[in-house]
Design a protein around this ligand. Sequence first.
Ligand code: FAD
Length: 473
Amino acid sequence: MSRAIVWLRQDLRIADNPALFEACSNHEEIIPIYILDKKNNFLGGAQAWWLHHSLFALKNALSQQLGLTLIFRKGEPLSILSELVDTLSIKAIYWNRGYEPQSIARDKTIKAKFQETGVDVVSFNGNLLNEPWTVNNKSGTFFKVFTPYWKTCLQLLQPTAEKQITHRPRSVAVESDTLQNWDLSPHLDWAAQFPDFWTPGEEGAQQRLNNFIAQHLHGYKSLRDIPAKQATSHLSPHLHFGEISPWSVVRAIEYAKLDPHCDLISADHFLSELGWREFSYYLLYHVPSMPEKNIKSEFDHFPWHNDLSLLKRWQKGMTGYPIVDAGMRELWATGYMHNRVRMIVASFLTKGLFIDWRLGADWFLDTLLDADLANNSASWQWVAGCGADAAPYFRIFNPVLQSQKFDPHGDYIRRWVPELSALNNDNIHAPWESSKTTLVYHKTNYPQPIINHNEARAKALSYYKNLKSIHIT
Ligand code: FAD
């Protein structure tokens, strides 16, 4: 009789889960376990809500589909796994690999420890299309720029058929915590609206994908930038928690492309967005300090102001710039913000308020349901200008022009900043500018702009000029 543990981490699904599949194929008894390891795995406030519901869904699915009992434990993974190995005669431990620096270090230690004692540790790629060390440029080093990276990845992109678990291993009775005792959901009424927008778990992920392909894949390339349309997939939290594998997404898109009416340009553009996710993990693997340190070291001299009262106004969506405030309020209410608006609010924080990108990244990590160390730090560094393949320093988003271009009818602003809803389409983007709006505008509690964008822009450019000279000398 051989028994194995499947240690589930950021792969909270049954379908296309190589560690689970291989364990079920090779052992008669399986113990699937989730270990709450707050020391090694960052868990933001909003994501704690997601994790609770995702684990609940996985426990039910494992029980109903495979007759297995998911075990919950909290603490240090090595000691928890060692205790199970010692008391339950475990022959092997299976997991899908993680790519965050702490996870890599932890997994290496655990693997070495068990190999000494003759327990097999078997790991797989369950979360990326290409693992970071498999993609190199011609000189054998890593790519720093997205386009050639993704071009190389596309040549490697050959989806194979999904493997179905056909063996039915037996479950083992093991002591477990309960999810209720972990008390993960926020105590504030913060998460109250989240269930209106999200269904954590594998089923919710599959529904999102199906719905996206049926309703939004066509036209994705042009509509993905319009926040009021919500025309993107909303798969990011599902992908972060591994409720769907990126390969399942690619297979579904490739299948959709077989339809003669498919909008192929949009389909390929959508795949390239998955490519940005891959590239973020790739960069994090090759530059493990990315969440804390500027990739371009000349930015170490940037004179951040870090005015904490301005940071608070940004967090609360009270900057007086309607598109910025709409984004920050969408984030608070739904645990999500549209990508175009993420770029606008991040540019506003770093190049308008001169607040260090790491303070913005921290707020996102705590409030986003898709908070992801790789995607978040790569994106913040990209906007701030200090990343590997960053937006050039002179690309400073003008929040009013961006608003006029991407929310021309003000629908997104009206939804999240209802006190401005009576303003007309011309005035809603910069209400302080028009004398006609004075009456409505001043009757609300909506603030005056906390900075003058043009002045801030000039200041930012002068700071960057100094940085460049530091770099050259
Ligand atoms: P879709 O347009 O449907 O894209 C499909 C998938 O591709 C996404 O689910 C996501 O996994 C990936 N993707 C899309 N755009 C990007 C991108 N620019 N970078 C990396 N992957 C991408 N994304 C996160 O998943 N977690 C984060 O913590 C995060 N922080 C960000 C911070 C800033 C400042 C910015 C500008 C972007 C950030 N992003 C982050 C990237 C992007 O905004 C989200 O992935 C996207 O908005 C998710 O919505 P969607 O699933 O509908 O995307």
